[in-house]
Design a protein around this ligand. Sequence first.
Ligand code: ADP
Ligand code: MG
Length: 246
Amino acid sequence: STEDAPSQPRQRVVTKGSNAPAPADTFSVLAERYQVSSLILSNLRTYGYNYPTGIQSHGIPILLESRDLAAISPTGTGKTLSYLLPIISSLVAPASSANSNAGAGVRAVVLAPTRELAHQIHNECLKLAEGRKWRVVLFSKATASTLAEKSVRDKVDIIISTPLRLVASLKSGNLELSNVRHLILDEADRMLDAEFFPQFEEILAACSHPKLQKAVFSATLPANAEKMAMQMLRDPIRVVVGLKDT
Ligand code: ADP
Ligand code: MG
């Protein structure tokens, strides 16, 4: 049926790591267990996300329990929502709001290897965040320069960027990442290769908050990238989704 999540019946999931939480077979389980808001659930329904995919049902609880995660799942299985939902859900309130988060600044960074992919992630994030005043910034030369103003910068909740763009802003002193709580590497096989790794290390060093949660997502993770991921993550849970009979 069209209500089925992409490829869901054909997915086989293997989880490794200490104390992995039980998977969530429905999105409403997330509301019961983790107080995921009714606004998020309603946004999911609006956009036709009726059931979580394999990586979503396993990955979302892991991230909502503040664990580090290495997630390997084929292209098209909904990895983006797997990390965006926990980010939006755990931010509690926009940095621009008049509450304890006022001026808290950037609390989540998603890194992707290309502008195009960053753009897609941004779109997905806007869907999920609809209805609240989250400030989700797709990092570009133009947005980077607006962030030179501290008052603007402090109201940004989530940044989605390629590594190079972010490093340029860090170097110019126009970006503060010390309150970042969630750092996500999408297409991690590329992010951890020789081209991007030095930039990623600079970003990681700037994310100095002791409660930083890290997660990597990829369709494949070659041995070398896997080794680097495991060194960087703290007591991670590793989730591998394979497609059966394909
Ligand atoms: P991946 O990053 O694993 O390649 P994406 O996150 O880009 O996959 O998702 C692939 C497509 O599936 C997107 O169009 C997305 O909107 C859709 N999608 C993701 N999760 C669900 C879901 N639970 N139900 C229905 N569609 C979904
Ligand atoms: Mg993807």
